[in-house]
Design a protein. Structure first.
Lengths: 406, 216
């Protein structure tokens, strides 16, 4: 990795002559959350930028050491609050990889549908606010209409709109119902129309193109060296997508493309996100039509899920099974191992590194958030841009502050 | 750079074919270069939404949203057929709670009262701090006797913190209120015997439930 990527040398005292310093954030509408940038400006041109994190520190990783593998899902929910379910899926993907649990086909498909709904959900917000920051409020509102319906789909399945806490080790909180399936079908039917409205307002808009084309360029070499993943890397021409390169859930059965662009500027990142929404819709359509029936907990792995009440009320084994699932000292068989597994979250590679000492809770649950690495690359993207472009670049890389600090 | 891409290429062989869709450059033709057609198109889209589409805004306090039957809102403590509290004070919900908001103190059931003759243990106090609670539903999942449930009441308000700490009587009164109003929660996956289990599965062809936004 080039040294200048690891540690910005900063400007020397004699280079600072004639420059002025601007504190951008932490409370600025375009930072969306609490980010702080210290900009060195020459007139209106950004010469240097120093990203500052730590304004939203909430101790999430430490909580992962005191809550068990199921309970911690309520915390990872709150990490990337733009796509809560994608975090839950990533967390339990790591836990299941650690314990060697294979999911049932139905569970895999339901999680895949939710992961893709969350991708659309995240990209709608990111593209919507990107346009909003550049002055187009209409498209943002249409994006939020669609997001509203995705919330309702989540609500029908899990009982909560936002912090769903829906996944469990080896399964899901509840099975889905038929009217949930009808809701997803309805979403698939209505989304293309809303998408066309949204894209029509923005994609060929000359003002938008001129504000974003050639702005905040990230080269392919920098993207690879700096550890960029997801839409940010793919917009720079890196053809890496964990859904295809390291398939998990049901992605191996489904047909979709990786969306990439070559330019690596704001427009490319916007375009990749727009294209990915189309591909996600394609995945959801395939998955919902091929949704397998059957249980959502895999019986082969024994007691991962809470048994149903028929068993609990009628048999002593069922009752013991139920208690063992909740009692802290006799849950699953956890190997003494450290393990990293990652999923392709809407923002990029979201992985969890779990160090296990065989206990029912993780010894260490580290998050590998995509936003942190993107934010580290941010000063490179905005060097020699205008001050007003900072907002455009920030909007296009979708930084989530809760993920930065954890 | 080539070394960075080699491992990917090796893994690829075993897996399905990787197809890449490249985004093309935006072309600003003569029509796009004139701002007017884009402005007219934008106004046309906005007008279409303003006049021909359903409004998404809900007039909230006047129009109450209809919550799905599996909504996870305020807790209730169920009564059994004889009107006693169903809870057996096993501490499972307190153990499962990630927010540590449940506090139970167990006591032996009153032996001299014939009403409690077939019960050994009951909760002397049962307190839920509704301000600490994150409504994750793990207490309900953990309960072996279906005593604690989350109802579809979502608009919980109070004037003081003390008011928001629900004791046993308050939680039982939520049960009385919701069961009288027919707002019993419905869950899937609880088995046929669970009181909150999904009773009738609808057919796949049934229309989706009405949404609250424009989708509805």
């Amino acid at each position: 990795m080039p040294l200048e990527l690891l540690d910005s040398p900063g400007l020397l005292e004699n280079q600072k002559e004639g420059l002025w310093t601007l504190n951008f954030g932490p409370q600025h509408p375009a930072t969306h959350t609490t980010l702080r940038l210290v900009l060195q400006l020459d007139g209106e041109t950004v010469i240097d930028a120093e990203p500052d994190i730590g304004f939203l520190h909430s101790g999430f990783e430490k909580l992962g050491e005191s809550l068990d593998f199921n309970q911690y899902v309520t915390i990872v929910d709150r990490m990337n609050y733009i796509s809560p379910l994608a975090n839950e899926i990533a967390w339990h993907h790591s836990v299941e990889a650690l314990m060697g649990i294979e999911l049932t086909p139905r569970c895999k498909y339901i999680r895949t549908i939710f992961a893709e709904l969350m991708r659309i959900h995240d990209h709608l917000l990111c593209t919507g606010t990107c346009v909003l920051d550049l002055g187009g409020a209409t498209a943002f509102m249409y994006a939020f209409n669609e997001r509203e319906y995705i919330y309702e789909i989540c609500e029908r399945a899990s009982g909560q709109r936002f912090h769903t806490s829906y996944t469990r080790v080896g399964g899901l909180l509840y099975d889905v119902t038929d009217d949930w399936i009808a809701m997803v079908r309805k979403f698939c039917k209505n989304f293309p129309k809303a998408y066309a409205d949204f894209a029509g307002l923005v994609m060929k808009n000359r003002i938008f193109i001129e504000r974003t084309r050639g702005v905040g360029v990230l080269s392919k070499e920098d993207a690879i060296a700096g550890g960029a993943t997801g839409p940010v890397a793919r917009a720079s021409g890196v053809t890496r997508d964990l859904r295809i390169d390291e398939p998990y859930l049901a992605y191996n059965d489904l047909d979709f493309d990786i969306c990439c662009a070559k330019a690596g500027d704001c427009y490319s990142r916007f375009q990749v996100r727009m294209m990915e929404m189309e591909q996600s819709l394609k995945i959801i359509e395939q998955a919902i039509e091929n949704l397998p029936s059957g249980p959502i907990y895999n019986e082969e792995h024994g007691k991962t899920g809470v048994p149903d009440k028929t068993e609990v009320y009628r048999s002593i084994e069922g009752l013991i099974h139920h208690f063992e699932n909740i009692m802290p000292n006799r849950q699953m068989n956890v190997p003494v191992e450290s393990f990293y597994a990652a999923t392709e979250s809407p923002n990029g590679e979201l992985g969890y590194y779990i160090v296990s000492d065989g206990n029912f809770r993780a010894y260490r649950a580290r998050t590998r958030p995509p936003s942190l690495l993107h934010f580290a690359l941010f000063p490179r993207m905005i060097r020699n841009c205008m001050l007003s472009d900072v907002v455009a670049v920030l909007g296009s890389i979708n930084i989530i502050a809760a993920e930065l600090d954890r | 750079m080539s070394t960075a891409e080699t491992p990917v290429a090796q893994v690829e062989k075993k897996q399905k074919k990787k197809t890449v869709q490249w985004g093309d450059d935006p072309k600003i033709g003569f029509v796009e270069a004139l701002y007017l057609p884009a402005i007219a198109g934008g106004i046309a889209t906005a007008l279409k939404h303003a006049f021909f589409k359903k409004r998404s805004t809900a007039q909230y306090p006047e129009q109450k949203p209809e919550m799905p039957p599996n909504y996870r809102g305020v807790h209730r403590l169920n009564r059994d057929e004889e009107g006693r509290v169903k809870c057996v004070a096993c501490y499972m919900c307190q153990t499962a709670c990630p927010a540590n908001c449940i506090e139970i103190i167990a006591a032996p059931a009153p032996q001299d009262d014939p009403k409690w003759a077939n019960r050994d243990k009951f909760p002397a106090t049962f307190t839920i701090d509704e301000l600490r609670c994150i409504y994750c539903g793990m207490c309900e999942e953990a309960c072996p006797v279906d005593a604690i449930e989350l109802t579809s009441i979502y608009d919980l308000t109070g004037m003081s913190r003390q008011e928001m700490i629900f004791d046993k009587e308050k939680l039982l009164s939520v049960f009385d209120e919701t069961s009288k109003a027919g707002l019993d929660p419905v869950r899937t996956n609880r088995g046929a015997l669970g009181p909150a289990s999904e009773k009738s599965m609808q057919s796949t062809d049934s229309p989706p439930p009405p949404g609250r936004g424009k989708h509805g």
